[in-house]
Design a protein around this ligand. Structure first.
Ligand SMILES: O=C(O)C1=C[C@@H](OP(=O)(O)O)[C@@H](O)[C@H](O)C1
Ligand SMILES: C=C(OP(=O)(O)O)C(=O)O
Length: 446
């Protein structure tokens, strides 16, 4: 969690003068968009991706696949009723698979999905694929993917670091087969191996050997999306062996997929309803989804709001009171910063647990949240696997974000209730939600 040497601009977080009452259209899911791009690139026929998220993480994924030979045409399609979203963007990406090749250098930025999902794809390329990224990407865990790919037959040159930068020497094909990994530091290791596995000669059998496995909904998302393109997957939740996932070798179908709104990016807007005792509607909230953000319906209800889900969307209403919560967030770790922000404004303490692995996310999120909330007058302590938050009257000040999009949105939530909060480098929200500042002020009617 190193502070930026140069202080990027400070953004005065808008203070809410009353209860919000807004409808907020949230762009597509990062996790779905980047899985869909990988699966479409590995398919045996072209496919469509409608309402994709256009953000730093997804553009890095698209750029990397393009560099390896995949055609990705960005169009505004009018030929289908689903092409145009309610946001009026009408954006659709046509993905045209092709033989993958190197030499290529892939910039992963600080995108976990790019740095974990693409090395297995690179083993299928003809030629070397070098992976590099932001300084933080060198610190984020990658050994689970590197070691597993070597066991499955890949040649990878990482100078013994077990992290970026590294080069995958693609041989045009990979043996695949059984492999054991410890994915306790990131569920993305499992997702990464499964996503490319239909194209491995023997498919894959991934056995997770660690004590904990975070972010299970994201693994479910991987399995569901693989099945939707015709892959055969055996997994623990549908009768398979515990902690074992098997994907058979097969061709993948080109599909026409409409990306759901990103429910984790909906979080700050729902939080605004909770914090101001107002009401926010998010159109197109899916009735069924594997996205972890769906857990907000339950978590934010327990913290004092209420919600109604219809086929038109989710309406979340705050009661004017915010309660603390004792909750294990291991399945939904990416929601932690937003929940911590709300908890700092509650009428009773909160304990957030099950998220030790957040120390290796975009920044050390447990340390960053503790420091930044405490510098506004809060009383937060780190536990072994989470945070203990005792609400205190907060005051204004600078909220540092450490190049972490979810720190920026967490600080903005606090700013709704606390005058004088300034967010350092709000532009870091571009990782997954480039329009965040405009959407936020729009919600407040500014
Ligand atoms: O597979 C995915 O799309 C993700 C999995 C999770 O990663 P971890 O299991 O590393 O927390 C989540 O935090 C991340 O934002 C997205
Ligand atoms: C942990 C996150 O991202 P990444 O995909 O980079 O792991 C996140 O978006 O909260």
């Amino acid at each position: 969690m190193t502070e930026s040497a140069v202080h990027p601009a400070l953004w005065p977080a808008p203070h809410a003068s009353g209860a919000v009452d807004a409808t907020v259209t949230v762009p597509g899911s990062k996790s779905v968009t980047n899985r869909a791009l990988v699966l479409a690139a590995l398919s045996s026929e072209p496919g469509w991706l409608r309402r994709p998220l256009r953000s730093r993480d997804t553009l890095l994924m698209a750029e990397a696949l393009r560099a390896m030979g995949v055609g990705i045409e960005e169009t505004v399609s009018s030929s289908s009723s689903v092409a145009g979203g309610p946001d009026g963007s009408g954006e659709a990406w046509r993905v045209i698979p092709a033989g993958l090749h190197g030499p290529v250098t892939v910039d992963v930025g600080n995108a976990g999905t790019v740095m974990r999902f693409l090395p297995p794809v690179a083993t299928l390329a003809n030629g070397p694929v070098r992976f590099d990224g932001d300084p933080r990407s060198y610190e984020r865990p990658l050994t689970g993917v590197i070691d597993a790919l070597r066991v499955l037959g890949a040649r990878i040159d990482d100078d013994g670091r077990g992290s970026l930068p590294m080069t995958v020497h693609g041989g045009g094909a990979l043996d695949g087969g059984p492999v054991a990994i410890d994915a306790s530091s990131s569920s993305q290791f499992v997702s990464a191996l499964l996503l490319s596995a239909p194209r491995f000669n023997q498919g894959v059998e991934v056995r997770h050997t660690g004590a904990l496995l975070p972010s299970m909904p994201h693994i479910r998302m991987t399995v569901d999306m693989l099945r939707a393109v015709g892959a055969q997957v055996d997994e623990p939740e549908t009768g398979g062996e515990p902690n074992v996932w098997r994907v058979s070798p097969s061709a993948l179908l080109g599909r026409d997929l409409t990306v759901e709104p990103d429910l984790s990016n909906a979080q700050p807007f729902l939080a605004a309803a909770l914090v101001t005792g107002g009401r926010v509607t998010v159109p197109d909230w899916p009735l069924r989804t594997t996205q972890p953000g769906d857990a907000l319906r339950e978590i934010f209800t327990a913290m004092g709001g209420s919600c109604e889900l219809t086929e038109h969307g989710l309406t979340f209403t705050g009661s004017g009171r915010i309660h603390g919560i004792d909750v294990d967030l291991g399945e939904v770790g990416e929601l932690t910063p937003g929940i911590a922000a709300v908890a700092a404004l509650a009428d009773s303490p909160s304990t957030l647990s099950g998220v030790a692995h957040l120390r290796l996310h975009e920044t050390d999120r447990l340390a960053a949240l503790t420091k930044e909330i405490n510098e506004l007058g809060g009383d937060v302590t780190e536990t072994a696997d989470g945070l203990h938050i005792r609400p205190r009257p907060l005051h204004g000040g600078t909220f540092h974000t450490y190049d972490d999009h979810r720190m920026a949105t967490a600080g903005s939530i606090i700013g709704l209730a606390v005058p004088g909060v300034e967010i350092e480098n709000v532009a870091t929200t571009a990782k997954t939600l480039p329009d965040f500042p405009q959407m936020w002020t729009g919600m407040l009617g500014a």
